[in-house]
Design a protein around this ligand. Structure first.
Ligand SMILES: C[S@@+](CC[C@H](N)C(=O)[O-])C[C@H]1O[C@@H](n2cnc3c(N)ncnc32)[C@H](O)[C@@H]1O
Length: 176
């Protein structure tokens, strides 16, 4: 809802973890026919699924896919030009669980997202603390977002309480 509100027709958006392409297609819909989405995933299987899904949604021409790590984000995007960057951390649903996002790379990619976002741009990160590696990564990412708050970003978290296991939560940062 908040990402949708942040995006306008003609904007540039980034999906840093394209996976099966649901978020990529969502971003492509938000930026409209005049906008563009750049999507990253390291897995060929993910890029293949995402291309099919985006194509079925009718958005193929708005999306540029890179089968590369999101640590290459700045190689493809001009600083200060992006309206929203989305991360959906963890592993590919239905895929190999050992191939998941990893804190050191995630932190590098967040730094790059900070650079490419324009003032007022939105950083959106879904973390998965319910499994061991995900919990460590979620903690590191939370610290990073807190440090952005000290640099003047507006930072917010949205999470469920009272769940059996730690539930996925959303971190949002708005660039000053
Ligand atoms: C939870 S899934 C993303 C789900 C996706 N947003 C969707 O709508 O279906 C996380 C994805 O991150 C990808 N990934 C892991 N490390 C990555 C990296 N360094 N750069 C880009 N993608 C990465 C995985 O391959 C996996 O497909």
């Amino acid at each position: 809802m908040l990402v949708k509100e942040a995006l306008r027709e003609g904007d540039l958006a980034i999906d840093a973890t394209s996976g099966n392409g649901h978020d990529t297609a969502f971003l492509a819909e938000c930026v409209g026919a005049g906008g563009r989405v750049i999507a990253f995933d390291i897995q060929p299987e993910a890029i293949r699924h995402a291309r099919i899904h985006v194509g079925e949604c009718g958005f193929a021409e708005r999306v540029e896919f890179h089968q590369q790590s999101h640590t290459n984000l700045t190689a493809h995007v001009t600083p200060g030009t992006v309206a929203a960057v989305m991360f959906n951390l963890g592993y590919l649903p239905g895929g190999e669980h050992s191939i998941a996002t990893k804190s050191p790379e995630t932190l590098i990619a967040i730094e790059q997202a900070v650079e490419v976002l324009k003032p007022g741009g939105l950083l959106s990160i879904v973390c998965y603390p319910g499994h061991t590696a995900g919990a460590g990564e979620a903690a590191v990412v939370e610290d990073k977002l807190s440090s952005l708050a000290h640099d003047g970003w507006r930072v917010a978290a949205y999470e469920m309480r009272g769940t059996f296991r730690p539930a996925p939560f959303l971190l949002l940062g708005c660039k000053p």
